[in-house]
Every structure is written in structure tokens, then in C-alpha cells.
Design a binder for this molecule. Structure first.
Ligand SMILES: [Zn+2]
Length: 270
């Protein structure tokens, strides 16, 4: 298993696993939760009392996934990767863990997931026992030793090119997945009054250009028929709350065909 690093400010020593805790040489220690996850989030790494996705957003995303609507996207993400059993991979900003679990299942590799949201990591750890789940602020510091991973996934999450580079092994790959311009276009038009969004692929490639070269890019897209509950879950997953006028437009929609669309960018280290 990859070596975890202490997140106490400017410590960053390896953490040694004991029965119920992990501990560094300076005696900074972190409990291992009953469900197996480890909370390494430091006070200075929080930008609010409850950073990251709320419990409601986590639950909505999981309901949406469990009904199978975004299975074509999840499968498409796995299809971008080529990994071997025994490879160790990191999902930075893993949410409630469905993407990491799917990739681990597909290739038989070992997975570690990091997210700043405690409710997301709790949900991930309860369902996916075989992987390692860590609460931490990966925007600042990914709490793993250098060259730990064969692949890093960043799926509709915040990106930290320097840290992705540091934790990747030579020859490793980075898969970045971002919302495509037509993601949820029908709902954004009908409820939020928005049109097509900007294509973020080129800007994202530019963000990584000093460290990574893009090897493959692909749009992953599915049009699915959603009932009212699924429409509500799709919006709750993606947006932090609706205004009253938006809420009333949502309430008036029974069911609809909705586009789910992602741009997947596979990078290699320069
Ligand atoms: Zn320490």
C-alpha cells in the first residue's frame, strides 16, 4: 500500500499504520475510523466548517448512480485507462467513490481515494471496503509519498498539476474528466435559463502543459430519460442550490431526455 504522509503543517513525514491509528515520527497521530477511512484534514486546510460536498449532494449523486443513469460515462472513463492488477491508483477528489471502485473492479488494481468532504468519504468507506479512503485537502497537499501511483484520476474535481506530478511514478498516466459544454443542457436551459457552456478542454490542457502532454481526448456522452426524482438528483449533484424561481421551474418538469456529457483527457508525464 502506498505510504501516507503526515498533513501537519510542514511535517510531511511518513505515517506508520497501527491498529486504530496512523502516526508519524513526531507523534502526530490520526485515528482510523470504524469504517476504515482516515481523516487527515487539518484546521488550516478547511475553507469552511464542512468543506466539500454536503451529505445531501453525496446522497443525490449516489442515488443517481445506483439507478444506472451514468453507467455509460463510468464505463467510458474505465475504457480510457490501461492498468495492470497490482497497480496502485489515486482518485483525487473521489467523492463517494463510485469511479474509483469501478476502475479498481475493472483492472484488479489497488485504489486510494482522497476528498475534502467528510460525508463523501464516509459514504465511500462504508460501501467500498477494499480501497483506502482519506479525508484531506488535495488542493494543498496530496498526503502520499512521491512516485506512489501508476495513475491519478481527477474526475469533475479540482486539479493540482504539481501534486499530481509528484505522486505519479515515471511512465504514469493522469486522467482528467471535466463536464462537457452540453452536460445537462436540457435542464440548464429549462430550469437555469443557461445555454451551452464554454469548452474547457483547451484551457485544462494548458493548465497541465508544463508537466504533462495530452495523449488522448474523448467526449463521453449519453442521453438518458430521467423521471422527476432523477432530474432533481442530477441538479443537486451539480449545483449548490436553486433559487426560488428555478425551484418552481424544476417542480413543473415531470420527466425529460437529458444529456450527460464529459470530456476525458488522458495525459502522460513529459
Ligand atoms: Zn507529523
Amino acid at each position: 500500500m502506498s505510504t501516507l504522509l503526515c498533513t501537519v503543517r510542514s511535517c510531511h513525514l511518513p505515517l506508520v499504520r497501527e491498529d486504530r491509528r496512523v502516526v508519524c515520527e513526531r507523534e502526530h497521530s490520526f485515528d482510523i475510523a470504524r469504517s476504515g477511512y482516515i481523516n487527515l484534514l487539518q484546521p488550516q486546510d478547511r475553507h469552511s466548517a464542512n468543506p466539500g460536498d454536503s451529505a445531501a449532494a453525496v446522497a443525490a449523486r449516489r442515488r443517481f448512480f445506483d439507478r444506472g443513469f451514468d453507467k455509460p460515462i463510468v464505463d467510458g472513463i474505465g475504457g480510457m485507462l490501461s492498468l495492470s492488477a497490482g497497480d496502485e491508483i489515486l482518485d483525487a477528489g473521489c467523492g463517494e467513490g463510485r469511479h474509483l471502485a469501478a476502475v479498481v473492479d475493472r483492472f484488479g488494481c489497488a485504489g486510494s481515494g482522497v476528498d475534502i468532504s467528510l460525508p463523501a468519504i464516509e459514504a465511500a468507506a462504508k460501501r467500498h471496503r477494499g480501497q483506502e479512503w482519506i479525508v484531506a485537502n488535495a488542493d494543498r497537499f496530496i498526503p502520499f509519498a512521491d512516485a506512489s501511483f501508476a495513475a491519478v484520476l481527477s474526475i469533475t474535481a479540482r486539479m493540482n498539476a504539481g501534486e499530481f506530478r509528484r505522486v505519479l511514478r515515471d511512465g504514469g498516466s493522469l486522467l482528467v474528466v471535466i463536464p462537457a459544454p452540453d452536460d445537462l443542457i436540457e435542464l440548464r436551459e429549462a430550469i437555469l435559463g443557461e445555454g451551452l457552456q464554454r469548452d474547457r478542454s483547451d484551457r485544462t490542457i494548458a493548465t497541465f502543459a508544463s508537466l504533462f502532454t495530452v495523449e488522448r481526448r474523448q467526449r463521453l456522452r449519453a442521453v438518458v430519460h430521467l423521471d422527476h426524482a432523477a432530474i432533481e438528483d442530477a441538479l443537486t449533484s451539480s449545483y449548490r442550490g436553486l433559487r426560488r424561481s428555478e425551484r418552481s421551474r424544476l417542480d413543473s418538469i415531470g420527466d425529460a431526455d437529458v444529456t450527460l456529457s464529459r470530456d476525458a483527457l488522458l495525459f502522460r508525464l513529459l
